[in-house]
Design a protein around this ligand. Structure first.
Ligand code: F6R
Length: 607
């Protein structure tokens, strides 16, 4: 969830932090802030609201200095407001902390610190970290005779520096829960960081500058060379480099990572919103996903006797498509929501496929850890090289669609589908399917070119309605689920998806005059029964919007979208495209922000 960035070097830190925060704002955007340190001391600026509004009001760039931390928040403890925005500081204002995650023992720590006289100024769990460090430094000073020894200033300073590191280390050792932490201490030419079950990467600048951030896009404008921290690592960075200690407290060396994402990939490239850019670039991103190397996946899956699939949200709908394809090959695989795996699993799974665009979703990671503990091998399907999931999995298939900045998943969903098709077809040796997959990006381009205007027109009409139903059958059903999720996430309108045959088992009672029902109704095996379901809805007065390649079925609709003819397996991939666009254009009609919908964050790192 929250976005974090840290900088130390020769540039004006506030510029780097502001740029970086604008790139990771999708991780949380209910408040933002930064702290910058210079020879004149440490200055902190924060407020509730979106980054650009806070910047317009307060001007982050007035903060001077070459060391700083920035944060965009997705609230967990305490409502979004100025006092709960990060960075948080200690009583004296010498320690500043930014944090992503949840400090689970914050209540006990707060009580203990308050008993020692610490005054808290926020409702957050994070603030305890700043006070713990303050407390640790106070104790060290009291113990160290040289700290007040004015005859040996340089030796005294060195000891105080060590005392600072010790205080940071001691504070971190008291924390239970999850954290990516950035820590700045007044007068220090270094930043401290630590991670446990929350993403944090270090970026290496070209000359005498270092960065860290919650994810790669924040730093693409400055570097493509990263150091990945392991779980439980703590680090100190100065302008020259990083010193890392492992969870056991011993010095550690971590592998460097060079990424080929470019800064342009994380720009809007002339579009008003990232979401539209990311929808329209799908022909390109699909071409990249289709070229994924799936050999390791085929090896793991072919040997699997009891495979399972885990994922959340949009990725869960992609997981349903994988389940469908595996079942067609007579390979039974249970599919679980990451958050439910612990309760529903059969046990004895030998391979668990974990699908997550970010590779950081806490619910999916919890399922993966449980499966691994019980002896399963893990096959990850993700977009992010170096993500926690990819590092914990036995093998990873990368979808390779470049950074997705819009909060809702679009190109990562279709990228996941492309890799899933390739995996399934490679497992079964379906050459015709693989050939069709190769040709698919060009057909997607043609379709996107043709469908945008009709969808815009439909969006105008639909934005006046308040309740929506999506129906389909077979492999079209996950597409209906995903389409309803897209619509509700960004328009805030009520949308539900049903397997079309289920309507008559209850939900049909909600249909009344003019309620829009959007039917994903391709020709082929699904068509006859879908036609009956469409008629059932029409008989209750529903306003049918029919997506089909078949004119006879389309003619059942009050409105329709002309779709290309595709094979059954590809229905979710093609049919989701106009429905992504529909959600996007309706959101614009309603005057809402498709890139940063309320209450959401791009990567959900809490369970
Ligand atoms: C919807 C959306 C979410 C994510 C879900 C899982 O547009 O983005 O539903 O799909 O939070 O995220 P990942 O795929 O990162 O595990």
């Amino acid at each position: 969830m929250c976005g974090i960035i840290g900088y130390i070097g020769h540039r004006r830190a506030s510029e780097v932090l502001l740029h970086g925060l604008s790139q990771v704002e999708y991780r949380g955007y209910d408040s933002a802030g930064m702290v910058v340190s210079s020879g004149k001391g440490m200055r902190l600026l924060k407020d509730a609201g979106k980054l650009r509004d806070i910047h317009a009001k307060h001007d982050f760039l007035k903060l001077e200095g070459g060391i700083g931390l920035g944060h965009t928040r997705w609230a967990t403890h305490g409502p979004p407001c100025e006092r709960n925005a990060h960075p948080h500081s200690d009583c004296a204002g010498n320690v500043a902390v930014v944090h992503n995650g949840i400090i689970e023992n914050h209540r006990a720590l707060r009580t203990e610190l308050m008993a020692r006289g610490h005054k808290f100024s926020s409702d957050t769990d994070t603030e305890v970290v700043a006070h713990l460090i303050e407390e640790g430094m106070k104790k060290k000073k009291e113990k160290s005779p040289s700290a007040s020894d004015s005859r040996r200033p340089s030796e005294g300073a060195a000891r105080i520096n060590d005392a600072v590191l010790d205080a940071v280390r001691a504070a971190i050792s008291r924390l239970e829960g999850t954290y990516a932490l950035g820590i700045l201490i007044a007068g220090e030419n270094r930043l401290f960081l630590a991670r446990r079950h929350a993403p944090l990467i270090i970026g290496k600048g070209k000359k005498e500058e270092m960065f860290f951030a919650s994810d790669i896009p924040a730093l693409l404008g400055y570097t493509r060379d990263f150091i990945l921290l392991n779980e439980g690592d703590m680090a100190q960075v100065d302008a020259k480099g990083a010193t890392i200690w492992g969870a056991d407290g011993k010095p550690a060396v971590r592998s460097p990572l060079h990424v080929d994402w470019t800064p342009q990939m994380a720009q809007k490239n002339g579009h008003d919103y990232f979401m539209l850019k990311e929808i329209l670039e799908q022909p390109l991103t699909l071409a990249s996903a289709v070229s994924a190397d799936v050999a390791e996946g085929v090896r793991l899956m072919s040997g699997a006797v009891r495979p399972a699939i885990v994922a959340c949200g949009t990725s869960y709908y992609a997981a349903l498509v994988l389940q469908y394809l595996l079942h067609k090959q007579k390979k039974v695989a249970n599919t679980y929501l990451g958050s439910e795996y612990a309760y529903w699993r059969t046990g004895g799974e030998d391979v668990v496929v974990a699908i997550s665009q970010s590779g950081e979703t806490a619910d999916t990671l919890a399922a993966v850890r449980l499966a691994k503990k019980e002896g399963a091998k893990v096959l990850a399907i993700t977009n992010v090289v170096g993500s926690t999931l990819s590092r914990e999995a036995d093998a990873t298939l990368y979808i390779g669609v470049g950074p997705e900045v819009g909060v809702v998943a679009t190109k990562t969903f279709t990228g996941q589908l492309a890799v899933i098709y390739k995996l399934a077809y490679s497992m079964s040796g379906n050459r015709a399917g693989l050939d069709e997959l190769e040709a698919m990006p060009a057909s997607v381009q043609k379709m996107l070119d043709e469908i945008q205007e009709p969808v815009k027109h439909l969006a105008k009409l639909m934005s006046k309605r308040r309740n929506f139903f999506f129906i389909s059958r077979g492999v079209g059903w996950p597409c209906a689920l995903e389409a309803a999720l897209k619509l509700k996430e960004i328009t805030y309108l009520h949308a539900e998806a049903y397997a079309a045959g289920e309507l008559k088992h209850g939900p049909i009672s909600m249909l009344e005059e003019k309620v829009p029902v959007i039917a994903i109704a391709p020709s082929g095996s699904l068509a006859p029964k879908m036609e009956s379901n469409i008629r059932e809805c029409k008989a209750r007065g529903a306003s049918m919007i029919v997506l089909s390649d078949d004119k006879t079925i389309r003619d059942e609709g009050e409105h329709w979208l002309v779709m290309p003819k595709v094979s059954d397996d590809f229905v979710p991939l093609f049919y989701i495209l106009p429905l992504q666009l529909l959600a996007y254009y309706m959101t614009l009609e309603l005057g809402r922000d498709p890139d940063q919908p309320r209450n959401l964050a791009k990567s959900v790192t809490v369970e």
